[in-house]
Design a protein around this ligand. Structure first.
Ligand code: ADP
Ligand code: BMX
Length: 303
């Protein structure tokens, strides 16, 4: 697979906190439309939300860049695992409570009247960073999104690591040596239960700071609140540990970090600080995702 593609089409990125959509033209993302994700929405409501955003973006004024130059290519990246048949499942059922064996590719094709690419959001983001981002000059790296959850997309020898069930890449559900919590995946002590935006919020509540979003916890850290700095440091330490494990198992060149928390001020630098406690052999390079919030929007259109 080439890593110098500049894809075009209509892209949607459904995460646990927001759904984004935009027209992409040869690798450049146009105006992004965003709506809040309803974690408890039914399958039909989630599909409707996706299709409404696509319709708002509208057909290309130049007849689209799809196959034969007619309809636009459409790509939909979603949080959750996506099987080779295009069926969609939440792995962390607390993030998307109604999503289980949803025939996503089939339902979207029926609603939109054309084939649609469907992919896990972090795997799509890895493809975006590989095509025209921080992974553009590497054949083996791990994209890590620290966002509502902690997701992963792995490029190995120039190809995405995928599996029939769609579980491959779900590195947020690996466990940490740090003290974690129960996780909506059914596992305990996962990286996701320590590092994600939801984890920052839940751990702040346990410290008596209830009702804060992950962003509000992070902002408290930036404002000098010691309790919040400890939570953010723990998050970065868990991602550093994860990056070291990925280096040890797959010998990835780099960890490319994205997501609302991962892109936040000083976060990547904190991960690098924690990596210093590991032997050099096991330290991958660490990069902030060059495409920032656009990684998955571009990657889901990469062919
Ligand atoms: P999604 O998970 O839907 O893809 P994001 O990548 O924006 O969306 O991640 C959402 C999580 O990141 C939430 O927990 C949110 O509170 C947190 N977050 C969003 N923006 C920031 C920020 N600037 N700094 C720290 N945390 C953030
Ligand atoms: C969770 C899991 C992954 C997803 C990752 C990031 C669900 C619903 N999500 O680990 O599939 O890639 O979160 O998702 O099982 P986001 O919502 O943070 O973008």
């Amino acid at each position: 697979m080439s890593n110098t593609l500049a894809p075009s089409g209509i892209a949607v990125d459904l995460g646990g906190t927001k759904i984004s959509a935009a027209r992409v033209t040869r690798g450049t993302v146009g105006d992004i439309i965003k709506v809040e994700t309803d974690s408890n929405a039914s399958t039909d409501s989630q599909i409707t939300a996706i299709c409404e955003l696509i319709k708002k973006i509208g057909p290309s004024p130049r007849g689209g860049e799809g196959i034969g130059g007619t309809a636009d290519n459409i790509g939909v990246a979603v949080a959750g695992r996506v099987s080779k048949d295009g069926d969609w499942y939440a792995v962390n059922s607390e993030i998307l409570t109604q999503i289980d064996k949803v025939p996503l590719r089939k339902m979207l094709a029926q609603r939109l009247g054309q084939d649609v690419t469907v992919e896990n959001d972090a795997t799509a983001a890895a493809l975006g960073e590989f095509a025209c981002g921080a992974g553009n000059n590497s054949n083996s790296f791990a994209y890590i999104t620290v966002s509502t959850g902690v997701g992963g997309g792995i490029i190995l020898d120039g190809r995405p690591v995928v599996s029939g069930s769609g579980l491959a890449g779900h590195i947020g559900f690996t466990t940490s040596r740090m003290q974690g919590d129960d996780c909506g995946s059914g596992r305990t002590n996962t990286v996701e239960s320590i590092a994600s935006g939801r984890a920052l919020s839940a751990r702040a509540t346990k410290l008596g700071h209830a009702g804060l979003s992950g962003k509000q916890v992070y902002d408290a850290h930036l404002s000098g609140a010691a309790w919040a700095t400890q939570l953010v440091s723990d998050s970065a330490a868990a991602i550093a540990e994860l990056s070291t494990n990925l280096k040890s198992v797959l010998d990835v060149d780099a960890a490319v970090i994205g997501g609302g928390v991962g892109l936040a001020e000083g976060y990547v630098e904190l991960v690098e600080v924690h990596l210093q406690s590991e032997p050099p052999l096991f330290r991958p390079k660490v990069h902030r995702a060059a495409l920032a919030e656009n990684s998955a929007l571009i990657g889901v259109l990469v062919r």
